[in-house]
Structures are given as C-alpha cells and as structure tokens.
Design a binder for this molecule. Sequence first.
Ligand SMILES: NC(=O)c1ccc[n+]([C@@H]2O[C@H](COP(=O)([O-])OP(=O)(O)OC[C@H]3O[C@@H](n4cnc5c(N)ncnc54)[C@H](O)[C@@H]3O)[C@@H](O)[C@H]2O)c1
Length: 346
Amino acid sequence: MKKVVIAGFGFMGTMHAQIYNQLRGVRIVGIIDTHPAKASKSMGGLGLKVPLYSSLEEALTDAEPDIVDICLPTHWHARFAVEALRAGRHVFCEKPLALTRNEARRIAEAAKKSGTIMQVGHCIRFWPEYQAFESFVRSGRAGKLLSLTLQRRAGRPLYSVGDWLNDSALSGGASLDLHIHDVDYIHHLIGRPKAVTSRGTKDYSGWSHIFTTYDFGPKGPSVTSEGGWNYPAQWGFQMAFQAVFEKGAVEFDSNANPTLTLTLGGRPRQPLPFRTPKTGESSTGAGNLSSLGGYFNELKSFVDCVRRGRAPQVATPRQAAESLTTTLTEIQSAATGKTLSVPAKL
Ligand SMILES: NC(=O)c1ccc[n+]([C@@H]2O[C@H](COP(=O)([O-])OP(=O)(O)OC[C@H]3O[C@@H](n4cnc5c(N)ncnc54)[C@H](O)[C@@H]3O)[C@@H](O)[C@H]2O)c1
C-alpha cells in the first residue's frame, strides 16, 4: 500500500483526494495546508480522518509518505517538488510545472537524480475525448490531419485562496494556468512547434486571453489555439477543438451533446465513441462529457507506475518543461508582437 500526502487542499487537492479514495493500492496519510480551518472543513466533507500538517518537513517526518502530491498555488511547485524529490519521495505535481524555465529545469534535474517517479498534471493527455481523438489521428482513417484549432475558455476564476490565480506573479495568468493544457496537448499530438505568433489581451491578472498560430513547417498541419479566462465569472467553461483531415472532420465541444463527433465516408456527422474510466464502458458522449475522467486516468496511471516501479512515459517533468517553454514563448510573442522561435533546449 503506497502512502500519499496531499500538499494544498483547495480545488485540486480535494479532487485528487476523491480519486485516491477510489484507487486500489494507495492510501492518504496526511494533508498539508496553511489554511487549517478551510482545509479541515473540506477534509470533514470527504470523511477524511488524517493529520493536517502546516509544512512539508513535518509531513515527511511524521507521516512518512511514499508519494507527495502537490496541488499548491503554482509559485510553490518548485520548492515543494525539489524538496520532496531530494527526500526520495515519488511526486505528482499539478500543472503548470513551474512559473519559469529555470524552475522547471531545476525540478526536471531533481527528478532525474532522485531515481523516484514523477508525473505532472497535464490531464488533457489522459482526457477520454482527447485520447479518442489521438487514436483517431494515429489510425489514419481520415487521411492526413490538415488543420487543428483548439479553444479553452472560462469565466474569471474567483475561487482561489487569496485570489492567487489572478496574480500573474503567482499563477502566470490564464496563459500559463489554462491555455498551457492545449499547448501541452499540441506537443503530445504533433510535437514542438518551430515558432509561435501570439496576440492577446492583458489585464490586472496578466495575459488573460491569448491567441496563437503554431508553425509546423510547410508540410505540417495548420494549428491555432485560443485560451482565456476573461469571460464574465458566470459564463462557465468550455474546452473544444475542430480538426479537418483529407477525408473527414472531428469536432469536440465540452458543452455540446454529443461532445465528440466525426464526419467521414459520405455519412452525416455522428458521435465518435470514447472510453470513460471507472466502468471502462464505451460512451458516445451523448450529453455526458467524460467529466473527471482525465483526472482519474492520470492519477491511476501515476499510481500504477509507482507500484510497478516504472517511469511514466506521458506527462513527464521534461515534457511539462517543454510545454512551459512554448507557452512562455507565446507570452513573449504577444508582448513583443513578433513571431518567435521556440527554443529546443529546456
Ligand atoms: N489540472 C487541472 O485541470 C487544474 C485545475 C485547477 C487547478 N490546477 C492547478 O492546481 C494547483 C492548485 O490550484 P487550486 O485551484 O487547487 O488552488 P486553490 O486556491 O483552490 O487551493 C490551493 C490550496 O493550497 C493552500 N496553500 C497555499 N499556500 C500553501 C503553502 N505554502 N503550504 C501549504 N498549503 C498552501 C491553500 O490554503 C489552498 O487550500 C495550481 O497549480 C493550479 O494551476 C490544475
């Protein structure tokens, strides 16, 4: 049985706790949070009776976890990840891996040296509809992928403790916090772009909406992406993409019914099935976005890797650092108005 301590018991920490409670071979043995009243209330809501710590040192000594799961505001990721890795613990760290390339490099190096297992919360690589789309692309059923455009839009987030999400010095703003999901998926599906051209809108929270064209060379697909959280707070959330192939099209919209559709072979648009976790049943997405599927899949995969002593192949610290580098280049492009090459080096 692997013992896990969750650092940060806000929105994502409680989400991870609910998933660990459903996974075999792992047990939550402690929570770390600096807002004890709020954290205790959330723990009570989940019936979680484990010690609540105020620091990583205390949790490492007292609870002796095998795994540290970091669900802290992003500016804390580097410090907690490096310390846990140096203490020989396996680490799951929420995305974005860090705020800067330097921090990301430090984490990736510590992970390499530690000999333990580390995975980053790039859940879209594990999200059922995005996985089904990836399989469809790789199958070649509709021929070559010609173009792909992705969107991730949200109402202004007002829930975070001390409003850290709207402070770009702490969160990196919407581009690093939200849009990076699609950047990471583009890396996963197609690879690192040669260059990016970005424009966007900036407000008190930093780059709150960014629009990017990715250069994959003359033979590569045309790829664009948009991510922002400057919609009104009540607006809700949408993730979506549209892909055109030589012989067909695939569309995804988290707010549509069905969510994932295919137009191919002279037939009208129809649902493209995807696999939801837990039951393993196939779904057509008729009104049921896979919901928490990506979060469940990523933690299940991580825990399986820890139990088998096998390094993750997906959402590794290195891959997360590469996605961070591309996203930071997009921000730089938006700030300067120039097309910029994406550095190949971490
Ligand atoms: N993968 C996803 O889809 C997804 C979605 C949301 C958030 N996230 C990421 O998860 C991380 C956490 O975000 P959140 O939405 O849960 O934030 P949140 O504000 O809801 O929760 C953060 C928690 O950390 C605690 N905390 C702050 N500083 C601390 C410290 N030094 N030591 C211990 N506890 C501390 C706070 O009290 C709070 O309970 C961020 O990196 C965010 O980008 C990922």
